[in-house]
Design a protein around this ligand. Structure first.
Ligand code: FE2
Length: 344
């Protein structure tokens, strides 16, 4: 009789969990056996996440077909023409920031524009169900770079989904709050990249898989973003959350800023360098902590499969209960992540 991939996976899991009981006591053995039986019976939501270099595989219930996603973050593009003249005093530092980079695998010298073009060639070869751009694609809201990148993205023929990072909308040294500046420069420059979606938060439905694209580039969550995410989670459909900033996980520094208990004025060491508003003395607003709670418990209570972010410019994985968070390497070094979701 032919064994399906699904049956093989279930049997392998049950066998490996059962074999592990040889080295543990009878009570634990019983618990492990129960776990294996639970997987076989499909009690609750069962999700398996694995990462192999820059490929992630997710097996889960309610995924009805193989879905391929392509992720990038932190390309840090910028280009300049005469339209930039009034803003040079606000873009000068970031225009010097990432002009010479090293390839993440070969360590050969390269640059953000070259790696963005090469990445899109890979996207065209891979033909994913969607390309997801998780912020800091630009080092500042450079009109020339945004126009160029949009043309390149449109030419792939692949559906793409963009969300902003903390640099995409930030001209350093302009007055006003972070929330006001994000709104102003998103609407003046970045809006065409959203292709009609709400820049603060939106949901992409690919064959029943919900991918929530969240703008947490000020490190804070707005009440309407919290309400939107809660509604999606309570559908109890397979869901991924993607944002620029990662969410706090114990053991990670304050750069995992969204929901970090030490995110406040005292821990903000670079606001003068970035010429922006200092983080507030009192730390996060209640909505941000409430959102963090939804994320941290979303894989247990609901059908959140995993979360993905950029911002920290490195690949990390953290697991808190059943919540798995992946951060990805910067695309200015050529890095990208391919996610394949398969039925379980
Ligand atoms: Fe970045």
């Amino acid at each position: 009789m032919k064994t399906s991939r699904r049956d093989f996976l279930k049997k392998s899991l049950a066998t490996s969990l059962f074999l592990a009981t040889e080295h543990i006591g009878p009570e634990q053995a019983f618990a492990h056996k129960q776990t294996a039986q639970s997987i076989e019976k499909g009690v609750g939501y069962t999700t398996i996440n694995s990462i192999n270099d820059n490929k992630v595989e997710i097996y889960s219930q309610d995924i009805t077909r193989t879905i391929k996603l392509f992720l990038i973050a932190d390309t840090h593009l910028w280009m300049s023409d005469s339209r930039e003249d009034p803003y040079r005093q606000y873009s000068a530092r970031m225009a010097k920031a990432y002009n010479k980079t090293k390839h993440f695998q070969t360590l050969a010298s390269t640059n953000p524009k070259e790696q963005f073009e090469k990445t899109l060639e890979k996207v065209k070869e891979s033909r994913p169900d969607g390309l997801f751009l998780l912020g800091d694609i630009f080092s500042y809201p450079s009109e020339a770079a945004i126009e160029w990148a949009k043309t390149q993205l449109d030419q792939t023929g692949i559906n793409y989904y963009y969300i902003s990072g903390n640099h995409d909308w930030h001209y350093e040294g302009l007055p006003n709050s972070e929330i006001e500046l994000r709104a102003e420069w998103t609407h003046k420059r970045l809006l065409p990249l959203y292709r009609g979606q709400n820049p603060l938060i939106y949901d992409v439905d690919i064959s029943g898989l919900h991918i929530v694209m969240l703008d947490n580039s000020t490190y804070e969550i707005l009440p309407e973003q919290l309400e939107f995410f809660r509604k999606i989670l309570r559908k109890n459909k397979p869901t991924l959350l993607m944002s620029h900033c990662p969410f706090y996980a114990p053991g990670f520094p304050v750069s995992y800023g969204c929901g970090h208990p030490e995110w406040n004025a005292a821990s903000d060491k670079i606001y003068k360098i970035e010429r922006r508003q200092q983080w507030p003395v009192e730390g996060h607003k209640p909505e941000t902590y409430a959102f963090w709670n939804e994320v941290a418990n979303g894989c247990q209570k609901h059908h959140l499969l995993a979360t993905f972010s950029g911002h920290v410019h490195r690949q990390t994985t953290s697991i808190v209960n059943k919540w798995t968070q992946f951060t990805i390497k910067p695309n200015y070094s050529g890095a990208y992540l391919e996610i394949t979701l398969k039925p379980f």
